[in-house]
Design a protein. Structure first.
Length: 360
C-alpha cells in the first residue's frame, strides 16, 4: 500500500509544499516531478505577468487621459505665444553664424529653384497614409490643438511605414510632418504628443527654410561641391589647390549646418514643454528613445535619468578633454545627445521664462 509523503518544490526558495502519493516502488517519477514543477511555474508566471500588465495598462490609461485633457485645453487657446520668448540662445547664435557664410543666400536661392513640392506631394499621397480629421483623427486632433497653442497653420500630416521611432518636418511655405509607424508603436500618447509638439515647434521657430536646405546640403551632391572638388583635384597643381579650397568650404558648410541643426532641436523641445505644460513628457520620451520600452515602465525612474543627465553635463563642463571628445562624436549629428536634451528640458521647465509663459 502506498504512503503519502510531502514533496517540496523550489524556485531559489520554497514556493509550495503538498502531499504526493508514491507509486508501488515508493519513488516519484522524474516525469511526475517535472509536470508538477511546470504547473507551479505557470501559475507563478501568470500572476507576475498579470501584475506587470496591470501596471502597463494603468500607465497607458493615465497617458491617454492626460493627452485628452491637454488637447481640450490647448484647443481653447486664443493667445499664441511669440517664438522669441522661447527660442534657445544657442539656436539664435548658430543661425546668425550660419547666415554669415559667404554665398549662402545664393546657394539657398539655387536650391529653392530646383525644389519640387508637387513631386513630394505625389510621393506622399501614393506611398503614405494621409492623416486627416477622419483618417487617424486622434493624431490629427493632437496636432490641431498644438497649432492653436503656438499659433501656426495646420501642416500636412502623413504616416509612413518605418520601424524607426522618428518624425520629421520639411517645407518652406507649406509644411509637412512625416510620422513613422515605429514612433506610434514605441511611445505612449503623452510622449507622442510631445514629439508632435516638437515637430510643430520647428515650424513656429521658422526652422523650415534652413532645415530643408540643410537637409539637401548634407545629403551630399546637392550643390555639387563634392563633385567639383574631386574634379579640380585631377587638374594639376593649381586644380588641386582649388579643389582643397572647395573641399574646405564644403566641410565648413556641413559643420555649420550640423551645429545649427542640433541647436534648433533645443528650441523645438521648448515648444513641446510649453504645449505639454511640463517637461515630464519630453524627458520620458528621451528615456524611451534611450532604451526604456513599455515593458519596464515600472522599473525606470525619471528623476534618476535626470540625475544621470546632470552628471553627464557636469563631466563635460569640468573636463575639456571630455568636451573635445563629445564634439568629435557629435559633429556630424543632427540631434543633441539624449541626456543633453533631457537636462536642457528640465532646466527650461524650472526657469522664470517658462513660468512667465505658463502664467500668460
Amino acid at each position: 500500500m502506498t504512503q503519502p509523503e510531502c514533496v517540496h518544490f523550489y524556485f531559489g526558495k520554497k514556493v509550495c509544499s503538498f502531499q504526493h502519493t508514491f507509486g508501488v516502488s515508493g519513488v516519484v517519477s522524474q516525469q511526475s516531478e517535472l509536470c508538477v514543477f511546470r504547473c507551479v511555474a505557470s501559475v507563478t508566471h501568470f500572476f507576475i505577468d498579470r501584475k506587470r500588465m496591470s501596471r502597463v495598462w494603468f500607465s497607458d490609461y493615465k497617458a491617454k487621459r492626460w493627452t485628452q485633457n491637454i488637447v481640450k485645453q490647448n484647443l481653447k487657446s486664443t493667445n499664441p505665444i511669440d517664438c522669441e520668448q522661447y527660442i534657445h540662445s544657442l539656436d539664435k547664435a548658430a543661425l546668425v553664424a550660419l547666415k554669415k557664410i559667404p554665398l549662402l543666400d545664393t546657394i539657398c536661392a539655387k536650391l529653392l529653384s530646383i525644389m519640387n513640392d508637387k513631386q513630394n506631394t505625389i510621393i506622399n499621397m501614393s506611398t503614405k497614409i494621409h492623416i486627416t480629421e477622419k483618417q487617424l483623427p486622434k493624431i490629427y486632433r493632437m496636432v490641431q490643438s498644438i497649432c492653436c497653442k503656438i499659433g501656426i497653420d495646420m501642416p500636412e500630416l502623413y504616416l509612413e511605414l518605418n520601424r524607426e521611432p522618428n518624425a520629421y518636418t520639411y517645407g518652406t511655405e507649406k509644411f509637412t510632418i512625416i510620422i513613422h509607424s515605429g514612433l506610434i508603436e514605441c511611445l505612449q500618447d503623452d510622449e507622442l504628443y510631445a514629439v508632435l509638439a516638437h515637430e510643430c515647434g520647428h515650424i513656429a521657430c521658422k526652422h523650415g527654410l534652413y532645415h530643408t536646405i540643410g537637409g539637401m546640403v548634407l545629403s551630399g551632391g546637392a550643390i555639387g561641391l563634392h563633385e567639383l572638388s574631386n574634379y579640380l583635384n585631377t587638374k594639376g597643381v593649381v586644380g588641386a589647390i582649388a579643389g582643397n579650397v572647395v573641399s574646405a568650404v564644403d566641410s565648413a558648410l556641413e559643420l555649420a549646418f550640423f551645429h545649427w541643426f542640433r541647436c534648433s532641436e533645443l528650441s523645438a523641445d521648448r515648444v513641446a514643454i510649453i504645449c505639454c505644460g511640463s517637461a515630464d513628457p519630453v524627458i520620458e520620451t528621451m528615456m524611451r528613445l534611450a532604451g526604456g520600452t513599455t515593458h519596464i515602465d515600472s522599473e525606470i525612474d525619471k528623476d534618476l535619468f535626470i540625475a544621470q543627465a546632470a552628471d553627464y553635463q557636469q563631466s563635460m563642463e569640468k573636463d575639456i578633454v571630455n568636451k573635445g571628445l563629445e564634439f568629435l562624436l557629435t559633429k556630424n549629428d543632427t540631434h543633441p545627445l539624449l541626456a543633453v536634451r533631457a537636462y536642457e528640458a528640465q532646466k527650461f521647465a524650472s526657469s522664470d521664462d517658462f513660468k512667465e509663459i505658463a502664467q500668460a
